[in-house]
Design a protein. Sequence first.
Length: 172
Amino acid sequence: MRVLGVDPGLRLTGYGCVEMSPAAPPVLIEAGVIRIRRAQAGRTAPEIAPRLLELDADFRAILSRLRPDAVGVEQIFTHPKHPGTGVIMAHARGVLLLAAAAAGLPLVELRPTQIKKSLTSYGQADKAQMQKAIQGVFGLDEPPSPPDVADALAIALCAGQRLSSGLPAPLS
């Protein structure tokens, strides 16, 4: 089963595709980030609609190229001191969910603590711990960078484990 994990964002959206089989360790197919253009020096940030269109086009191209069997996406979380971050993430996440649904792919939505715990046995693992864990799982020479890539791969692994175990895919 091929699973694409996605760590949504409007500047960087991490993605990681893994092949999972009950009889073999997971295989890393491809991982990277979608970089959404930023404002040029002295100018305001591009309006949100063109940025969402750019994210949509890039993500649909990834779906077409990698042909996953399912997509795993992190659920929205917000920090009380930074509620705006959750709103921004929700815009990007909505675009990603729509593209996956339009492609007819099953969606697995996972809580951040659930993802971290499945990989590190600690639901509050920091970015560096997640990067090291992903490095170990795939035998990489270095931890994936930026951290969004490691997060996306962790999401793919956790979603694949959930689907392989026969557990229902939580949708909220």
